[in-house]
Each structure stands twice: as structure tokens, then as C-alpha cells.
Design a protein around this ligand. Structure first.
Ligand SMILES: NC(=O)c1ccc[n+]([C@@H]2O[C@H](COP(=O)([O-])OP(=O)(O)OC[C@H]3O[C@@H](n4cnc5c(N)ncnc54)[C@H](OP(=O)(O)O)[C@@H]3O)[C@@H](O)[C@H]2O)c1
Length: 288
């Protein structure tokens, strides 16, 4: 039995889908009964909240491997420490942790590194998957302004990033979940090319059939915009710090870990944009 946490999230959902497709026996965790009720057929859904340790242990019953997905919040190290404590109390299970590229160099990946160190110290078998920024962030965070203003915003300047498609991350996760030999390893998951946001805008424009622009803002102005959407101060600061890393060109590394593990080149940004064209094309034009 394999446990997939964060199964309602961007990555968790895709891992569930791909794990079911290859016939893995899975249990998946959801935070709410409403989310669990929307789970796909063929899996066992359980309710679990990292902040409520008493909900963690029942989810672990009979489990051999765990795909651990924590939310991108300040509490991530504490949440995952609660989880690891319960794993240690229920026997030896292999933890495959969804982490992030960047180590101690920025706020989001630092939280993951704290959690990685806790897992390393636990003595449990582990594998760390460290992806770069997701291509799907464009769909999840930028389609409102792409649709209303033909633009998206940031403060990463001309820093190029080797964005990765979530579907590749999930493919790697399923390979690690399904086979032995990955204990003690860390995989850096990147796309096959590093792109500036200007290049990203060009590629989306081509798919959208209209000009979409990337607008680089002063940090304070970008932060004001993020806060106006109801984002917490911590998350805004973490996002801006990540943009600093990008601006300093420290997120452009291209690795071949995805190809080595899956046997296929990573999905290109052009392919991603084509597959998600529905999110970028003008809804009015699609309707007509
Ligand atoms: N976005 C990127 O570019 C990027 C890059 C590298 C690494 N990462 C890392 O990838 C991870 C996953 O990203 P994602 O986009 O899949 O995140 P996500 O969509 O926010 O998914 C997080 C999942 O965790 C669940 N969750 C939240 N709080 C919980 C709690 N207290 N107890 C149990 N479950 C809880 C959420 O449940 P609900 O659906 O009910 O809220 C959701 O299913 C994050 O840790 C992030 O730091 C992201």
C-alpha cells in the first residue's frame, strides 16, 4: 500500500492519476470530506490534517511507501515533522518527499531543506524530489491578468528559469514509488531549457493568438499587487525572495534527472502551452 498525501493539490492530483493508471494500490489523504468525495475511483481516501497528529496515524496503517506533499506555507517544516514523528512510531516506511530546488538560497526551498534534514535524521529510508518552478504556475496564478490585461507580472527581471511540468514530476514520483533502488537519493527535476519570462510570454502569445506581455515591476509594487489578492505577508515575501533567486540567474540549471528516470526528455514549454491552450486563449473568441 502506498500513501499519497496532499492528494487534492496540483502535484498530488497528478501523482494519484498516474499511480492509478499503472495499477498501484493507493490510499490518498484529503483535508476535508468534500475534497475526499471528489477523489477518483479506485483509491482509498482518508481525511488527514498535518496540524492534527491524531489524524495521521490511521492513514499510515499497512503503508510501505509514502509520497509526502506539504503545502507551501510557513508551517511546512512543523507539519512534515508531525508526519515523520508518526511514521517513526509506526515502523519503517520509505518517504518520498516532494521538496524544492534551491536549498538554503531562498525562503520556500529553505523550509523544505529543514524538513529534509529532519527526515535524514529520522533514520527512515527517503528519496527527495526537488523540482524547479512549475510550468503550471502560469495557469494557476497568472491566467486572470493574462485574460483581463493580456499581461502577467513579476520582479524576476531577465533571469531565466528551467521550469518543469508537473506531469514530469508525477511520472518520476510514480517510478520511485513503484520500484526499489531510490533510497537515499535526491533528484533535481528541471525542464530541458531555461526561459526568461519574456520568452515565456512570446511562447504563450503564439498559442493564445494575441500578444501577451511580461511586465517586470519594482519589488515593492509587485508585493503590493500580491498582497491585494489576499496572500499572506509570509507567502508574499517568500514569492518575492524566489523572484530574487530567479533574477540572480540561480534557477537556470538544467539537469537530465527526468530523462534518466523516465527515459523521455522533459516536456517542453511549447508542448505545455499547447496542452494548456484553453487557459491562455481568449474565451470570447473560443465561444464564437
Ligand atoms: N509551485 C512551484 O513552482 C513549486 C516548485 C517547487 C516545489 N514546490 C512545492 O511543491 C509542493 C506542492 O505544491 P502544490 O502546488 O501541489 O501545492 P498545493 O496545490 O497547495 O497542494 C498542497 C496540498 O496539501 C494539502 N494541505 C494543506 N494544508 C494541509 C494540512 N494542514 N494537512 C494536510 N494537508 C494539507 C492541500 O489540501 P487542500 O487542497 O485541502 O488545501 C493540498 O492538497 C509545495 O510544498 C511547494 O512548496 C512548488
Amino acid at each position: 500500500m502506498i500513501l499519497i498525501t496532499g492528494a487534492n493539490g496540483n502535484v498530488g492530483r497528478e501523482v494519484v492519476k498516474q499511480a492509478l493508471a499503472v495499477g498501484l494500490k493507493i490510499r490518498a489523504t484529503y483535508r476535508s470530506p468534500a475534497a475526499a468525495s471528489r477523489a477518483p475511483a479506485g483509491l482509498e481516501g482518508v481525511i488527514m490534517d498535518y496540524a492534527k497528529p491524531e489524524t495521521i496515524r490511521p492513514a499510515l496503517h499497512g503503508v510501505e511507501k509514502v509520497f509526502l506533499v506539504g503545502p507551501p506555507v510557513r508551517e511546512l517544516p512543523a507539519f512534515e515533522a508531525n508526519f515523520v514523528r508518526e511514521v517513526c512510531a509506526t515502523g519503517r516506511k520509505h518517504i518520498i518527499k516532494l521538496s524544492a530546488l534551491g536549498g538554503w538560497e531562498s525562503i520556500f526551498p529553505s523550509g523544505h531543506r529543514v524538513s529534509e534534514e529532519n527526515i535524514e535524521a529520522s533514520g527512515l529510508p527517503y528519496t527527495f524530489l526537488r523540482p524547479n518552478g512549475f510550468m503550471q504556475n502560469l495557469v494557476n496564478f497568472n491566467t486572470d491578468t493574462i485574460s483581463s490585461e493580456n499581461a502577467f507580472y513579476g520582479c524576476q527581471g531577465t533571469g531565466a528559469v528551467s521550469l518543469v511540468d508537473i506531469r514530469n514530476i508525477a511520472a518520476v514520483a510514480v517510478i520511485v514509488l513503484a520500484a526499489a533502488g531510490h533510497e537515499g537519493k535526491s533528484y533535481a527535476l528541471t525542464g530541458g531549457e531555461a526561459l526568461t519570462n519574456e520568452q515565456v510570454a512570446e511562447k504563450i502569445s503564439r498559442i493564445a493568438g494575441r500578444k501577451i506581455s511580461y511586465v517586470d515591476l519594482p519589488v515593492a509594487e509587485f508585493k503590493k499587487g500580491i498582497l491585494s489578492t489576499g496572500t499572506s505577508e509570509w507567502s508574499a515575501d517568500a514569492l518575492i525572495d524566489l523572484q530574487r533567486l530567479y533574477r540572480e540567474r540561480r534557477a537556470s540549471i538544467v539537469t537530465d534527472d527526468i530523462e534518466q528516470l523516465t527515459g523521455h526528455k522533459p516536456i517542453t514549454f511549447d508542448q505545455f502551452a499547447l496542452d494548456y491552450a484553453f487557459a491562455f486563449r481568449d474565451p470570447a473568441k473560443i465561444a464564437s
